[in-house]
Design a protein around this ligand. Structure first.
Ligand code: B12
Ligand code: SF4
Length: 480
């Protein structure tokens, strides 16, 4: 089928590029929301390309790309972290290419929709983007001035057209598999784990996460799971296109919520592995709840050859979990889940936040106590950062917890809220030395030392230097 003449350029912002111009460290860093939009465009024969950049965008490179590709529309995925850079970038584009339409979308826009007559962009997308973008392109193809497209706010000559929000896509199996190929030349470690989405949406309402806001934009069903048969089909396609895959990370907010789905998925994955000469390994996210039937779940995961689970513990203080971040389950349950995971040989990777609102040093000591008890295989710690548009951001703002210069601080690596019972220096120390404090008695010292050095480098030195360090480490490893 002939390709249509309307071209779309996707501009993807990252924290910083590296010397090799491979700003995505692994397959997981493909921005899948945008990749799904691309796949719908591919299905409908629209042409698209991508450019990856950072806040120091190279004007020459951008100009070259725009002149060669001649896009009608530029699409930008917005995370809060990059939004200020994106605004500057749009201003630059508008001074030179005033005729090219600029469309912004992604979680930051959905959580904080804003479009004025003097905004340096023309359209914003609230919610899922596949079909709004497709409708927009169809109108542009017919030389129409874009109008009446659900999910889009459109700048017109004298006003902003704010269209209503469409339902969340209910049959997500109808969306074609995401575009992966276009990103490959930007990926440093191509042989890393691949990602496959099992569904969209989350049933929970943790107030620091975007999900409670995302689900509130539409009355339609927010949590949607894919048919396991299509998941297998996507894995098969992946195995054909990319050689040497042995591990797949399933992206789903939590794998523990639907027993029927787990049962079916487990059976399909067992069947798949029986047909393969080398068995695939899997991992996924798990949200603990008080009524989680871990024996049922882990039994099925084990049969399907799952090797790890990523669990958001966030805080080891039951009081902080319940009162501050809307997570209501006991430490007893966490311990039981961890014990059961060990029985089924599932390694546990946990997420922890340090310096939550109203958290004291003593509260954090409960986190340490819990982690020492459950002995996680991997710990990912972050310093608490409130994203605008979430409930916890409003709590921080209304209670004057935000530090004055918080926008200039590095998200998740610096302390951005004032706490009375937990000093900034203490939070930083726990952030850097958490692996040492927890894991030194059960993990090799070399591992603990490496993790600690990463944290020191990553928090104290410039991002570009840190990136060069990671790239050289990767090159060194791949030559051995
Ligand atoms: C899976 C996930 C990850 C994965 C993979 C992300 C990826 N490569 O796609 C990993 C673990 C790598 C990750 C990393 C990070 N993540 Co994350 N992640 C998610 C999660 C759980 C799902 C995202 C997803 O893919 N959903 C499925 C797709 C289909 O939906 P989508 O991305 O929203 O895209 C749809 C719409 O938003 C829209 N859309 C998206 N982009 C665009 C662009 C245009 C032009 C248009 C029109 C529409 C549009 O259309 C898409 C298709 O329907 C979300 C939570 C959530 N529920 O959104 C957090 C989330 C996006 N992550 C978040 C954050 C903060 C991060 C990190 C910065 C964390 C960190 N410090 O490491 C990094 C940033 C990495 C990066 N540069 O993208 C925040 C963003 C908050 C914010 N306001 O910006 C979220 C919202 C979680 C939260 N805290 O609430 N993440
Ligand atoms: S369980 Fe995870 S994904 Fe779901 S609302 Fe809570 S933090 Fe967000």
């Amino acid at each position: 089928m002939k390709q249509k003449n309307i071209r779309v350029l996707f501009v993807h912002f990252v924290k910083s590029n590296n010397l090799l111009n491979k700003p995505l460290f692994n397959q997981k860093e493909i921005p899948f929301g945008v990749s799904y939009i691309m796949s719908v465009l591919r299905q409908n024969n629209f042409q698209y390309d991508v450019i990856i950049t950072d806040k120091n965008y190279n004007k020459k490179e951008i100009d070259k790309k725009i002149k060669e590709f001649r896009p009608k529309l530029i699409c930008i995925y917005c995370l809060s972290s990059y939004f200020n850079h994106i605004l500057g970038f749009c201003e630059y584009l508008k001074t030179i290419y005033s005729k090219i339409l600029i469309l912004l979308g992604g979680p930051h826009i959905t959580l904080n929709p804003k479009l004025d007559m003097d905004s340096p962009y023309d359209i914003i997308n609230i919610g899922e983007g596949e079909y709004p973008v497709l409708e927009l392109l169809r109108q542009l193809e017919q030389n129409k001035e874009p109008t009446r497209i659900k999910n889009l706010w459109i700048k017109k000559k004298r006003h902003i057209e704010k269209n209503t929000i469409r339902d969340y896509i209910q049959d997500i199996d109808k969306i074609p598999f995401p575009e992966r190929e276009i990103w490959q030349k930007y990926i440093l470690n191509k042989n890393s784990e691949h990602v496959i989405f099992l569904g969209r949406g989350c049933p929970f309402n943790c107030n620091y996460c975007s999900n409670h806001k995302l689900k509130s934009i539409s009355k339609s069903k927010y949590v949607r799971l894919r048919n396991p048969k299509y998941i297998i089909k996507e894995i098969m396609e992946l195995l054909e296109k990319f050689k040497g895959i042995n591990r797949i990370c399933f992206e789903i907010e939590t794998i523990g919520e639907n027993k029927k789905f787990i049962n079916l998925l487990s059976k399909e994955l067992q069947g798949l592995n029986q047909r393969l000469t080398r068995k695939l390994e899997f991992g996924a996210n798990l949200r603990i709840t008080e009524n989680l039937d871990q024996e049922y779940l882990f039994n099925r995961l084990k049969k399907a050859n799952f090797k790890y689970l990523k669990i958001g513990i966030e805080s080891g203080s039951e009081k902080i979990r319940r009162a501050v971040i809307s997570r209501n389950y006991s430490n007893k349950k966490i311990t039981e889940v961890a014990k059961s995971a060990r029985k089924y040989n599932l390694s546990i990777q946990v997420y922890v936040m340090i310096g939550l609102p109203y958290e004291t040093k003593n509260d954090f000591k409960e986190t340490i106590h819990l982690l020492k008890k459950i002995k996680p295989d991997i710990i990912f710690q972050n310093i608490f950062y409130p994203y605008t548009g979430t409930e916890i951001y409003d709590i921080c703002k209304n209670n004057n917890l935000l530090k004055k210069n918080y926008l200039n601080k590095r998200e998740r690596y610096n302390v951005v809220i004032n706490s009375k019972g937990f000093s900034e220096i203490n939070i930083m120390m726990y952030f850097i030395f958490l692996q040492y404090i927890i894991q030194r008695n059960y993990k090799p010292l070399s591992y603990v030392a490496k993790q600690t050095i990463y944290r020191i480098l990553n928090s104290l030195i410039h991002r570009k230097v840190y990136n060069s360090f990671i790239v050289s480490r990767y090159l060194f490893k791949s030559q051995r």
